[in-house]
Ligand binder design. Structure first.
Ligand code: HAM
Length: 437
């Protein structure tokens, strides 16, 4: 047993796993930029109040899952690691006067989040999110655009058939009456409520609707539905979001019990699931409209919408469906030599190849030339550059490992020759013939 391990609920992403992450990060950056979302980076921690006010004090994320940083005696403020990016991005929007920029301000972030969750499959204490936020647009068209962007992200990542669950949870005009009605409904069935739900009923009755407790299924099925009680503007907005989704040919399923776990949501709420797994599995991603959050964090009233896609769950889902990642890139050339002490020559040649833009590794150990060549082939290198006695004349040996051919070339021509031969090998000879890589 090693003395130290990664903290519970966290993982090391080892080199065999990181190509999947690199691919999903690049895909996120590429899609965000194609849709006009610009990158923003906010700190990994904020004043706790940003989350308490923003996400809501009576939410699991704040009550149970916030990673608070133990206060130092010389700091008056209290800090917490970010459990999600939206509150921090909105704090930055207000702080930097982004309401004076052309609206909407479309921002994107991809990075680690922290929640003190009980660790289990697909639920970690440090996890990654790809997040987009369109701040300053009341919708409904942008709501559909954002949902379409989410579905495209999954599809481009290689996960087919992700299902969109959609709901509208109203606004401060229509929701209070609905919450009162819902509270009365559950109160009338108090005896049937599991203990946890009974305490939740006092504090945040909407949360009962997305309870995972099987004892709640029948009660929730009969519960009053918010979508039947929306005020006129919310109902119109919701109908228009659906019409836009239809125009984009994005299938979705209405889910009146979808209320999301964060308090800032208004109107449009949605989640992404692996098709057919909604009941048993956690969401792959989710988001919605949060028209009150900018004001709550000190800005002018500003409508906004966004989503967060969990990369950890996406990587798991991709692995389950058998999507394989492209092989890690092999060095194009490995610089080898029989003289164990000639490391400075080998290092120099590899450095020059890298400076010319080629992937190269120098053999810096003291093993025999035969072993060095074996290792180069095992690495999947295209060439071995063999440094030997010819170096005195300014030459090296160049072995094409897959072809098994070898020639002597001037060191001055090495980078050009390796680059040209490698490109021809990958793309095939000019004028026809497929390459083999
Ligand atoms: P969320 O639903 O709390 O929303 O999280 C979004 C996604 O992050 C989840 O669907 C899930 O894939 C992933 N996730 C959450 N917690 C964990 C965990 N403990 N382990 C692994 N993955 C997890 C938000 O965070 C909102 N900020 C989304 C949003 C953006 N709404 C508007 N704009």
């Amino acid at each position: 047993m090693p003395a130290y391990r990664a903290p519970r609920g966290t993982r090391d992403l080892l080199p065999a796993e990181t190509p999947a992450w690199t691919r999903l990060e690049r895909l996120g950056a590429d899609l965000a930029s194609r849709y006009g979302y610009r990158r923003i980076e906010t700190p990994l921690f904020e004043q706790s109040e940003v989350f308490e006010r923003g996400i809501g004090a009576v939410t699991d994320v704040v009550e149970k899952e916030l990673f608070r940083i133990a206060p130092r005696t010389d700091e008056a403020e209290s800090w917490a690691l970010r459990p999600e990016p939206t509150a921090g991005i909105v704090r930055a929007y207000v702080q930097h006067g982004m309401q004076t920029w052309p609206q909407p301000v479309k921002l994107s972030q991809l990075g680690p989040m922290f929640r003190y969750d009980p660790p289990q499959a697909g639920r970690y204490r440090q996890f990654w999110q790809f997040d987009v936020e369109a701040i300053g647009d009341p919708g409904p068209a942008v709501d559909a655009e954002i949902i379409e962007l989410g579905t495209r992200y999954y599809r481009d990542a290689g996960l087919e058939g992700v299902e969109v669950l959609l709901n509208s949870i109203g606004d401060p005009t229509c929701r209070p009456a609905y919450v009162a009605e819902l509270t009365a409904y559950f109160d009338a069935h108090r005896e049937a409520l599991p203990e946890l739900e009974r305490t939740r009923l006092e504090r945040n009755p909407l949360r009962l609707l997305d309870s995972k407790d099987p004892a709640m299924a029948a009660l929730n099925a009969m519960a009053p539905r918010i979508t039947d009680r929306l005020c006129e503007p919310c109902a119109e907005h919701f109908a228009a979001v659906r019409a836009h989704l239809q125009a984009l040919a994005i299938p979705y399923r209405l889910e009146p019990g979808l209320v999301r776990g964060l308090d800032y949501y208004t109107r449009t709420a949605f989640e992404f699931y692996v098709a057919g797994r909604e009941g048993q599995q956690q969401a792959l991603g989710g988001g919605g409209r949060y028209d009150g959050l900018v004001e709550l964090l000190g800005g002018r009233p500003t409508p906004a919408i966004g989503f967060g896609i969990g990369l950890d769950r996406l990587v798991l889902a991709l692995a389950e469906t058998g999507v394989t990642e492209p092989a890690e890139s092999a060095p194009i050339a490995v610089v080898v030599g029989a003289d164990p002490d000639a490391t400075s020559h080998r290092l120099r040649i590899a450095t020059d190849l890298r400076a010319a833009g080629l992937g190269a590794r120098a053999e810096l150990g003291r093993r025999k030339l035969g072993k060095q060549l074996e290792a180069a082939a095992r690495d999947g290198a295209h060439f071995a550059v063999i440094v030997g006695d010819e170096l005195a004349d300014g030459d090296v040996g160049l072995r094409d490992l897959p072809a098994g051919t070898q020639k002597v070339i001037p060191i001055a021509d090495l980078a050009r020759e390796v680059g040209r031969a490698h490109a021809a090998h990958r793309h095939g000879p000019p004028g026809g013939g497929a390459g083999s890589a």
